[in-house]
Design a protein. Sequence first.
Length: 69
Amino acid sequence: MHDDALVNHDFHCPYCDAPLTFVIDTSQGSHATWEDCHQCCAPIQLEIVVSPMTGELEAVLTGRDDDVF
């Protein structure tokens, strides 16, 4: 893994609206994962979209654990 594959992504918790920053590893390509909120500990669903051509982060969808992407 290279440091240039790590991207900071800022967003707000879909449960408590706390501001959060997660580090996303774009070398994994597009994928889904879950992270816990640092404030309320609720599970946050993240859908990571990485360009297959450039390897750059295109989008991050966040939602509650029971949201359907």
